[in-house]
Design a protein around this ligand. Structure first.
Ligand code: FPP
Length: 247
């Protein structure tokens, strides 16, 4: 039986988030530039999107560019931005054909003009698609997202006071980029690093974490299946005890 067939379709994670890591090391191992690693990372993105869509996963969030990534050498940042535009353009038809809806989290208005414009266009073109929602985290910082939510709540209180008792999880989540999107069930990080790196800090409170040594450009459908099978072996208790879950 191949790995895909072992997956229990009734227990699929509804939302998978991925910290795609290891592009630079993958390229350096091959004696190539870091940019070569990012280019090959796009192949892994395509495979993962395809695999998630085929399985019936509803949301896939990919950490493509953090607010901290601006600190990388300009040449690498520019190459990543060009790669984004090129990938958007080359994949537009495939995303539409496969009923994928593109969403973004992060401050995309501060991305270079052409990147922002291409993203906005593709979001509009795919807005009515009902299959996989592919969420790209771009110019994203989880701490900024939380601080920004607080700022927006406070600025709203100037116009209309908020009752303290109404500030609960549901209320707060309306102010996050991910408003309306369920929390990730599974978070994958590649390349053998065990960090969250300022990604979805609020949303991963009860997310199952999966770390693999595979470097992102080598990540293929089978690696996603391994992660899902591992997830399916776990018991998610959300603070309760085992007996309460089995009821
Ligand atoms: C992390 O590897 C990867 C990134 C910061 C960029 C991810 C971008 C892509 C996979 C390509 C474009 C994406 C899309 C969605 C089209 P790293 O550079 O930190 O690797 P290292 O830790 O080995 O240095």
């Amino acid at each position: 039986m191949d790995l895909k067939e072992k997956i229990d379709k009734s227990k699929l994670p509804k939302h998978i988030a991925i910290i795609m890591d290891g592009n630079g090391r993958w390229a350096q191992k091959k004696g190539n530039s870091r940019i070569f690693g990012h280019k090959n990372g796009v192949k892994a993105v395509k495979e993962t999107v395809e695999a998630a869509g085929e399985l019936g996963v509803k949301y896939l969030t990919l950490y493509a560019f953090s607010t901290e990534n601006w600190k990388r050498p300009k040449q690498e940042v520019d190459a990543l931005m060009s790669l984004l535009v090129a990938t958007i353009n080359s994949e537009t038809d495939a995303l539409i054909k496969n009923n994928v809806r593109l969403l973004t989290i992060g401050d995309i208005d501060d991305l270079p003009h052409d990147v922002n414009r291409n993203l906005q266009e593709l979001k509009e073109k795919t807005a009515k698609n009902t299959g996989l929602s592919l969420i790209l985290a771009l110019n994203y910082s989880a701490r900024w997202e939380i601080l920004n939510a607080i700022k927006n709540i406070l600025s709203q209180t100037h116009k209309q006071p908020v009752n303290f008792e109404n500030i609960d999880n549901d209320f707060f989540e309306q102010y996050l980029y991910t408003s309306g999107i369920p929390d990730p069930d599974l978070l994958i990080r590649t390349s053998g690093e065990y960090r969250i790196s300022n990604f979805l800090l609020w949303q991963i409170a009860y997310t199952e974490l999966y770390f693999t040594d595979v470097l992102w450009p080598d990540f293929r459908k089978n690696d996603l299946y391994h992660a899902i099978l591992d997830y399916q072996k776990r018991e998610r208790r959300f603070g309760k005890i085992s007996e309460q879950i089995k009821k």
